[in-house]
Every structure is written in structure tokens, then in C-alpha cells.
Design a protein around this ligand. Sequence first.
Ligand SMILES: C=C(O[C@H]1C=CC=C(C(=O)O)[C@@H]1O)C(=O)O
Length: 463
Amino acid sequence: MIDVQTKSLETLLGEAVAQAKADNGAQLLSVTEQIKDTDPVHFFASAGNLSTDRVFWTSTSESFSMAGVGNAWEIEAEKNRTQTAERYWQYLQNHALVHNPYQEPGTGLVALGGMSFDPDARSSGRWNRFGHGSLQVPNVLLTQRHARHYLTFNIQVRATDNVDDLKKWVQETKAVVTSTRQPLPAIPGIDSQEEIEPEQWKDTVQRAADTIKVGHAEKIVLARELRVTLKDRAPIASILNKLLTTQPNSYVFAIERDGDCFVGASPERLVKQDDEQLFSVCLAGTAPRGQTDEDDRAIAQALLHDDKNRSEHDFVVKMIRQAMDTCCDVVHVPDKPVIHPFQNLQHLYTPVTAKLNQTYSIFDIIDQLHPTPALGGVPREASLAFIREHEQLDRGWYGAPVGWVDNHRNGEFAVGIRSGLIRDDSVSLFAGCGVVRDSDPEAEYDETRIKLQPILSVLEGSS
Ligand SMILES: C=C(O[C@H]1C=CC=C(C(=O)O)[C@@H]1O)C(=O)O
């Protein structure tokens, strides 16, 4: 463990109470300590005993995880999500009392959450517990980076609070979330599943292709839903655990709101910030994996040279470059995509790096990027108008940014795809694909079927 100068919890709580008294209001205190090895999934499972919202985020390729519970502070955004988030996040950073002697990204004052795909879409009410967007500063946050583990307590301290009571609460809560590992419950398996209007969806794909042919748009991404009923209540921690082992190179996430949970294993980075350095990814153009290595390589080569998939991909590259250009001083985009293989699929992939101009934040970049043509289309407004009118799906938070920021200009947001919304024993799974002028509805339907597979096989309990 790193040897650092730390103040005692008692001293910090005393300072926070004094500050709250001086301000005649509440004071957010954030205290981080390094702790012994604690498994984030088991932390998440144990945190279920606290009966409050939990959050989970992992970048599997970087051995970095966060698991949080409770809401010490929540930024709830209306339609102008990124501006509201930026304003309240700035306010919090200026006013919180932060004691974090470590320099690790994702420790200390961290807010995690996401937003809906389209604030102007019609709502079915199914995503009501999520709203247009929210970021939560958990009461307790576990951060794991390689072999190091940190625990952050975020506490709303009031002028009338008693230091001993607060200290007792911290100790009791810590005992719950770091309690001895219990075996995770089994995933109950699928009782029934229902594709939502598959024939109607294929007609909509054809209609989108026709719209493109007459020049009203160039690309439109359409998504559909598969509704699954499990044999019992969904055990979220067990589902996360399975996604982590079966979906390497993915962002495995879970965001709970009043018992509903948005969960997924997304292959798509929207943007990562490391101080002034930004990393984004263009991911669009899809093919299955081969049965043998030779077969796999042949499919990859065909994907790299397929005009339809290349055009789907190039729309994304062009738009992400433009978005980065507005907020960055230097933007680097390779000329050609490469293949990025995942467990069930391979995608065309172009990494983007850029240097963020100091006057902008990660929220400005998200504002520029979302939705990229990997989830919306080209032109943005025309494709969104088509989706609103014809898709017949309440996307909610599917396809939108999910991720985190800390108070040292670090953060990362993935695109919330390969995902589902869980309520008790029922799960709505979502998958979409880019429609261009030559799209064939049957082929697009098949592509979405493969995209649903990773999370579906986890729910089956068979992977
Ligand atoms: C919209 C989805 O995937 C996007 C990301 C990668 C490849 C895509 C494609 O090839 O169509 C999609 O644009 C989804 O998985 O629901």
C-alpha cells in the first residue's frame, strides 16, 4: 500500500460539521483510503443489503472497476443533460471537502451514471425511474485498478450531525460492503421470450433504406427489442459476474434506479479523458466470428473490403473527427479501420486520439459526439426524426453515454449497447444496426440477433 499522510476520519468529520455550521447548510465530505483486496462484484452483491441504488463499471481491457452504493449527491438532468451535468459537477467540485491522498483516476470524488438516448423521444413510461439523465456520487465507492483497491466514503454532513454517530455509520456500512465473500446466486434461466414485432421491424428497415435511396438521409440506425421473462428474479451481481468472464474487451456496467437496473457489456467507447488527452473509437460495420481461425480471418478480410460496411463505418469516422475538431487542438484519426474481434462478433474499428482544448470539458465532447452515426445516423437530425416516427421502441438509456467522471479531469463514457433493462424477473434486451441504401432487412435482422446473443446466453445461464 502507498504510504500517505492521512487525517483521521474523526478529524475530517469534525471539520465537515464545522463547515456545515459555518455555511448553515450541508457539507459533502469525500474521504478515500486504500484497502486490502476486495472483489468489486462481491462488493456489489453485499451492497444489495443496503437497499439503495447501486452502480457498477468495468473497463475489462484495463483491469479497472468501480462499484458504488447509495446517493450522497445526485445530479438529475432535464433535457439539456450535458449542460446541467457540467454546471452541477463544477459546483460540487468547488464545494466538497475532499480528502484523497491518492492520485489514481476514479478514486475520491467520482460521479457515475448516464442519460437517455433522445430527450425528445416519446416515452412509454418503462424508463421512468431513469429520467433524462443522472449522475450519482455514491455513498460508498470501491475503486480497483490492477492490484490496488480504494474505498471512498461520500457523506452529506449537516450542522446538527454528531461526529460519533457519523463515524459509527461509516464503520457499520464498511463492514457490510466488505463482508466475507458469499457464493453468488445461480442465474435462474429463461422462462419465456418474445421478439417485439419482428416483421414490422423488418418493414421499418426497408422503409429506412427507401428513405435513404430518395436522398432524405444517408444512414439510419434502427434498434429492436427482445423481451425475456426469467424463471425467477434477476440476480444482478451474478449477471455482471458472467458478463465479465464471457465478454472480454468490453465495458461491463450496471446502473440501478429504485430497483430497476440497466445492465450491459458494451464494446464501444464513446470517449475517455485522461487530463487533456482524449480517446474515442469509431465502431460500426459488423460480421460474425468464424468457426475456425481460417474462416474467422476470411470473414474479417471480407468485412474490411465490404463497401456497405465500410460506408456505415466511414460515416462514423467523419462525424467523430468533426466533433473532436470543435473542442480539440490536435486530432489524430488513422486512414483505414482495422478489425476488432469480440466474443460473438467482429467490428470495423478506428481509434481516435485528440488533445482537449483546456476551455472544454468531457461534457462538451459528449454533447458533440452523442449520438454518433453508430447509433443515430446521418444527417443527425433527419435520422433522429425517422427513428422517433418509425422505430416503435422506447430506447430509454440504450445506445446513450454511460460512464463516470472524477475531479482530476479523468473520466470515461461507453455507448450503452449490448444491454438490457431489468425489472424483477423481466428483461428487455436491445440491439440495433446501421441501415444504408443497400441494406437487406433479413440480413439486418440477423445481425441484431447475433448482437443480442452475448447477454441472452448469460441470462440462459448457459455460457
Ligand atoms: C447499435 C448497435 O451497434 C452499433 C455498434 C457497432 C456496430 C454497429 C453496426 O455495425 O451496425 C452499430 O452501429 C448495437 O449493438 O445495438
